[in-house]
Design a protein around this ligand. Structure first.
Ligand SMILES: C[S@@+](CC[C@H](N)C(=O)[O-])C[C@H]1O[C@@H](n2cnc3c(N)ncnc32)[C@H](O)[C@@H]1O
Ligand SMILES: [Zn+2]
Length: 277
């Protein structure tokens, strides 16, 4: 997949482990094999995105397959959306440590005729470093979703899984008529954990359909809901560590959660397919 220069937007040409544009802006591959296209002056903080502890907790939790049914459904919807496209270009924006990206790549490899070009992008270099261990054929990028270094109208499919929506920036690299697949938590998602953390559980008023409306039209929406049980305090800790809730934990809640040995939880996630207008 062609990448563009984050400085001047010209095409980046790869020569072995270096990318260079016609204006001589140059980027070396990291030793793990990813490209860092995040410009220092565009960072809001020195080390943006998920920190190493959150990345580690997410990996530990996802490795235990509790979200595999969700990932399977994402793969089915994604491959349906790609129907008839022979060499699709796919981006997983905010890919984190690459669980869903790598599973999608494997799914397409073994179930579809097409040869897909898949890119995983995250602003956290810790997340992308971890992602490179999952799959070497995926192009892994440290970059900002606010300024995606891909050519305009080049993508057939973009995934936004549990990440903040930036409609205009996401629309830019997508072909007209292409698909944006969004996953966002429903009202009951991990409700049992939230009840342990907060005195009053907030209901979310997040409405991606409205947020995305200027650039994307909803074509399909479905809930994925099921229950799973965590059977040890380590498992509970890894789930807690990957959620934003862990940052806001009251000491009383922390100590009561740390004493739990078992916790039944609800998955309640919305999947939406949106068409780029
Ligand atoms: C809740 S995590 C979801 C990760 C992954 N999609 C998953 O579900 O496992 C959100 C991710 O968005 C990344 N992120 C936050 N701001 C970003 C930005 N402006 N551009 C790209 N990624 C960003 C974080 O580093 C983090 O990995
Ligand atoms: Zn350039």
């Amino acid at each position: 997949m062609l990448l563009i220069c984050p400085v001047c937007k010209a095409a980046l040409i790869q020569q072995e482990r270096n990318l260079r544009c016609e204006n001589n802006h140059s980027f070396d591959a990291a030793k793990q094999g990813y490209w860092n296209l995040l410009l220092a002056h565009k960072k809001r903080s020195k080390d943006p995105g998920d920190n190493p502890e959150m990345v580690q907790a997410r990996r530990q939790f996802l490795e235990q397959s509790f979200y595999q049914p969700l990932s399977d459904r994402i793969n089915q919807l994604a491959s349906k959306a790609l129907n008839n496209i022979t060499e699709p270009n796919i981006l997983d924006m905010g890919c984190g440590e690459g669980y869903y990206t790598a599973r999608l790549a494997e799914f397409i490899d073994s179930n579809c005729q097409s040869h897909a070009s898949i890119t995983g992008l995250d602003i956290s270099k810790h997340a992308v470093k971890a992602a490179t261990q999952r799959n070497k054929t995926i192009t892994w990028l440290v970059a900002s979703g606010a300024d995606i270094p891909l050519p305009e109208q080049s993508l057939d499919l973009q995934l936004i899984l549990f990440s903040r929506l930036m409609p205009e920036a996401f629309a830019k690299p997508m072909k007209p008529g292409s698909t944006l697949l969004v996953a966002w938590p429903g009202e009951q998602h991990l409700i049992e954990l939230r009840q342990l953390i907060y005195k009053e559980v907030n209901t979310s008023h997040f409405d991606p359909i409205k947020t995305l409306d200027e650039y994307f039209e909803l074509s399909h929406r479905e809930p994925v809901s099921y229950k799973f049980t965590l059977e040890s305090s380590e498992q509970i800790e890894s789930l807690l560590g990957m959620t934003p809730h862990s940052q806001r934990l009251r000491p009383e809640a922390k100590s009561s959660i740390s004493q739990l040995e078992k916790l039944e939880l609800t998955v309640d996630v919305n999947l939406g397919l949106f068409t780029r207008r």
